[in-house]
Design a protein around this ligand. Sequence first.
Ligand code: DAH
Length: 335
Amino acid sequence: MIEAILNELEALKHKFDEQIVAVNSANAVEALRIQYLARKGEFPQYFKKLGEVPAEVRPQLGQKLNELRDYLEAALNAKKELFGQVTRGPKVDLTLSGIPRRLGTRHPLLKTLDEIKSIFIAMGFSVESGPLAENDYYNFEALNIPRNHPSRDMQDTLYLSDPMREEGETYLLRTHTSPVQVRTMLKQKPPIRIIAPGRVFRKDNLDATHSPVFHQIEGLYVDEGVTMGDLKGVLLAYARKLLGRDIKVRFRPSYFPFTEPSAELDVWFPAKNRWMELLGCGMVNPAVFDMLGIDSEKYTGFAFGMGIERVAMTKYAIDDIRYFYDNDVRFLQQF
Ligand code: DAH
């Protein structure tokens, strides 16, 4: 009886071998697996015969069955690997065009800021930052802005409410990036060469040229022997890099409490046939150095500050500041 079973198993293996060489798809592999190895397939029924044969040949048959099962599984697995997974359900047409994804672009303000930053970084400046909610001391007092100065007015500055105030201190939303100058000079000895970009706040109503929130970038250079010539050289190099070598500029005298002398840098716009103000600047007022414990006999420096919106508007010919904050993709896509 055992002989007959072993012969049948041999025949089964033979038949399997003939079928498997003809297999040429994942689906055909699966069909063959079902034919031989599924619960009701041709092979598993032989395990039932283990109970029918005499006990002394049972191990022999058992071993044979295990070997054959391993053989069938290995052969099927090898083919499966060759043809991949069985496909079920509707076929996918890989030649159909997809649904295009809309790609975002960098915001024009960020692009402008990155460009400005990289120009100054190339000249050896490093990037600093400071808090948006500032102490009155850093925003005004230490910058030599007197108590009765109009920019301190409630009409211009957004003051923070009482819970934010500590004993004798007034907090506000910074009105410019200049307080970062103060913070830097308090924590770092010269030579200092920094820029400080960031958001600033003024009590302005939103219109084509004003926004209560906008962005500035500040610059400060302090060392022994820094002159007005250095200021002009650095800022001229900056304007040319930003707007082109042929740009026409002029320095116009101005006034800021924290610089002396002070100036504004204008650039000529042929398209509009007029000068446009690009930035404010000046030599750091010795009174500021004295307040911050920097030796004003030994050190000199220059500072500058400019609005980033204004630079972006000039560079990209944008005529309304509100476009920056609307997040209308038709606008943003153009950059
Ligand atoms: N803080 C000034 C403003 O907001 C801009 C400015 C002018 C900054 C001259 C400076 C400077 O550092 O030297 O209008």
